[in-house]
Design a binder for this molecule. Structure first.
Ligand SMILES: Cc1cc2nc3c(=O)[nH]c(=O)nc-3n(C[C@H](O)[C@H](O)[C@H](O)COP(=O)(O)OP(=O)(O)OC[C@H]3O[C@@H](n4cnc5c(N)ncnc54)[C@H](O)[C@@H]3O)c2cc1C
Ligand code: FES
Length: 258
């Protein structure tokens, strides 16, 4: 579906914990057509600054409502956190190519594994909802337990959950990719879906390529137009440069050149 620019009414905008926020807005069109892994591009002010839209993954979409979760990083997300229910947001979406959902029969008894690093949980909750019949295994990694998000949502969807923190404050002590390696050595997953920091995705790509496992990886890049026009978000692939905003953000594990 072609993305649309809409004025979306904010339903709620609440702090989850620390610098993490949850915002819900009305959009029948985006809610109806969104695929997990797609994102919206939000203009946070009507004024001149910050000028660029902020890309944020679609975290949930149902019954005319779209959910996002975001971390306050700088000016754009700080302004966003000040928005009140009833205000309108200038949103373009749904943007990009999302995850291709496997059919339950494709799993052949093996698990789909979802691997999230930090805010990478945002699109993976939406994906877990689409894959819930396959009862995926979800691995979430973060620096400390304070940055582990969305565990309740994944559990409510019937997903098995394993956590990893760099400081050992929750779950496995170490990187989520170290945890993934241990799991890989025990059994081969049907397919892997991942979203998170660049270095984490690179490590996931190396492992899935070594073990010849299909994987879909959602990348983050700084964006300007968000529509494939400025080439500001181009990444190198085996088929030449591709834009994260239009060709991605989801790419197959084997096509990316790191
Ligand atoms: C496809 C996609 C999906 C994303 N989904 C989410 C999400 O669900 N939740 C969430 O919290 N964040 C998400 N991000 C990151 C989010 O876009 C940035 O954190 C946000 O733009 C920061 O804006 P800022 O003005 O607060 O920070 P600043 O650092 O002040 O931003 C300055 C500029 O850098 C850009 N920028 C900064 N960090 C990033 C980043 N990590 N990725 C891309 N551009 C960045 C900003 O858009 C802006 O143009 C996503 C990014 C992409 C590309
Ligand atoms: S942001 Fe302009 S091409 Fe992707």
């Amino acid at each position: 579906m072609n993305p649309a620019q809409i004025k979306a009414k904010i339903i709620s905008n609440q702090r989850l914990s620390g610098n993490y926020w949850h915002l819900e807005f009305e959009s029948g069109r985006i809610a109806k057509h969104a695929v997990a892994g797609q994102f919206v591009n939000i203009r946070v002010t009507a004024g001149p600054a910050p000028l660029l839209r902020r890309p944020i993954s679609i975290h949930g979409a149902q019954a005319g409502k779209v959910k996002i979760i975001y971390e306050i990083i700088g000016e754009g997300t700080r302004v966003l956190s000040g928005k009140e229910p009833g205000e309108f947001l200038d949103v373009i979406g749904p943007l990009g190519n999302g995850f291709i959902y496997p059919r339950p029969a494709e799993s052949k008894g093996a698990k789909n594994i979802l691997i999230a690093g930090g805010m990478g949980v945002a699109p993976l909750v939406f994906l877990a909802e689409k894959l819930k019949k396959t009862k995926p295994l979800v691995l979430i990694g973060a620096r400390t337990k304070k940055e582990i998000l969305c565990t309740r949502e994944f559990k409510a969807l019937g997903c098995a959950l394993k956590l990893a923190t760099d400081d050992g404050s929750l779950g496995f002590k170490g990187r989520v990719t170290d945890l993934f390696k241990i799991i890989l050595e025990q059994s081969k997953p049907a397919q892997v879906f991942s979203c998170g920091p660049h270095l984490m995705l690179k490590a996931v790509a190396e492992m899935v390529n070594e073990y010849k496992i299909n994987a879909q990886l959602s990348l983050e890049e700084h964006m300007a137009c968000g529509l494939g026009a400025c080439l500001g978000c181009a990444v190198k692939t085996k088929a030449g440069y591709k834009t994260v905003c239009k060709d991605g953000p989801v790419f197959s594990g084997e096509e990316l050149i790191w």
